[in-house]
Design a protein around this ligand. Structure first.
Ligand SMILES: Nc1ncnc2c1ncn2[C@@H]1O[C@H](COP(=O)(O)OP(=O)(O)OP(=O)(O)O)[C@@H](O)[C@H]1O
Ligand SMILES: [Mg+2]
Length: 232
C-alpha cells in the first residue's frame, strides 16, 4: 500500500498506522463535487445577507440546481445565462459558485455588479457573510481586519486565486484583470456605454473559461440592447 515502503526504511513505530493514514488523506484529491453539491455540503447562509439563514438547501430552490451545476468546471458549458424574475436566487447562484471556486477550483475570478457602489454593497452584504459563515471559505480568506491580509473590500485573495469585485460603470475596474471565471450580475442594469469605451461586457472580454450572467426579464420589447445570448 502507498507509503508502506517508507515505513520499511524508517522501521515501524507506535502510531505509524495513523501517520500513514493522515498522509494518504492529504494525498487524496478533493471529491469532484458539482456546485449544488458543494453548496449543500458547505454553504451556510448568515442572517446579515440572507432572508432565510441556516444551511443552504438546493431543494428549497430546485430550479437553481441545473444552473449552478452547469458552472462546475467538469461540465461542458462555457457560458451560462440566467434570465430571471426578481428575488429568485440569481445572485446566490453566483455566490455558491464563488464559494466553490475558492474551495475547489481556485483561480482569478471577477464579479461585476451594475455600479461600483453596488459592488461595495455586494461585498459587504453578500461576500463578507459568505466568507464568515462558511467554514471552508473562512479558512481560505484572511480576516478583513488584519493588515495587508489580502482581504480588502473589493478584492479577496485565497490560496491559488483572487476574487475581484467591480462595477460595470468603471472602465478601469473592468479592464484591470484577466479572469478565468466571470460573474456578471444584473446585466440589464449595466450602462450601454462605460466612460466612452463602449459596452462594459465587451470590455471584460478577456476570454474567461467560464461565465455566468444574470439578467432580469425584459419589461418591454423596445429594449435597445442586443439579445442576451449575443452579449454574455
Ligand atoms: N436555496 C435557498 N435557501 C435559502 N435562502 C435562499 C435560497 N435561495 C435564495 N435564498 C434567499 O433569497 C433571497 C433572494 O436571493 P438572491 O438575492 O440571490 O435573489 P436574486 O434573484 O439575485 O434577487 P434580485 O432580483 O433582487 O437580484 C436572499 O435572501 C437569499 O439568501
Ligand atoms: Mg441579485
Amino acid at each position: 500500500m502507498a507509503g508502506e515502503h517508507l515505513l520499511e526504511e524508517v522501521g515501524r513505530f507506535d502510531g505509524d498506522a495513523e501517520i500513514l493514514q493522515a498522509w494518504r488523506d492529504g494525498m487524496a484529491p478533493e471529491p469532484a463535487l458539482l456546485v449544488s453539491e458543494w453548496a449543500d455540503k458547505h454553504r451556510v447562509l448568515g442572517s446579515r445577507g440572507s432572508a432565510e439563514p441556516g444551511p443552504w438547501r438546493t431543494v428549497r430552490t430546485p430550479y437553481l440546481r441545473e444552473i449552478m451545476d452547469a458552472l462546475s468546471p467538469a461540465q461542458a458549458a462555457r457560458r451560462v445565462v440566467f434570465m430571471k424574475g426578481a428575488q429568485v436566487g440569481g445572485t446566490e447562484c453566483g455566490n455558491n459558485w464563488i464559494g466553490y471556486v475558492i474551495h475547489h477550483a481556485p483561480g482569478p475570478m471577477l464579479a461585476v455588479q451594475p455600479t461600483t457602489e453596488l459592488a461595495k454593497r455586494f461585498s459587504d452584504q453578500r461576500i463578507d457573510p459568505l466568507v464568515e459563515e462558511t467554514p471552508a471559505i473562512r479558512e481560505r480568506v484572511a480576516p478583513a481586519r488584519s493588515r495587508d491580509s489580502g482581504n480588502r473590500q473589493l478584492s479577496k485573495e485565497f490560496p491559488g486565486g483572487q476574487l475581484v469585485m467591480t462595477g460595470a460603470n468603471s472602465a478601469v475596474g473592468l479592464r484591470s484583470m484577466s479572469a478565468r471565471f466571470l460573474f456578471l450580475d444584473e446585466i440589464d442594469a449595466y450602462p450601454g456605454d462605460v466612460e466612452g469605451e463602449g459596452d462594459p461586457i465587451a470590455l471584460v472580454e478577456a476570454r474567461p473559461h467560464l461565465r455566468l450572467a444574470t439578467e432580469g426579464v425584459p419589461r418591454q420589447h423596445t429594449d435597445h440592447r442586443r439579445p442576451v445570448a449575443d452579449r454574455a
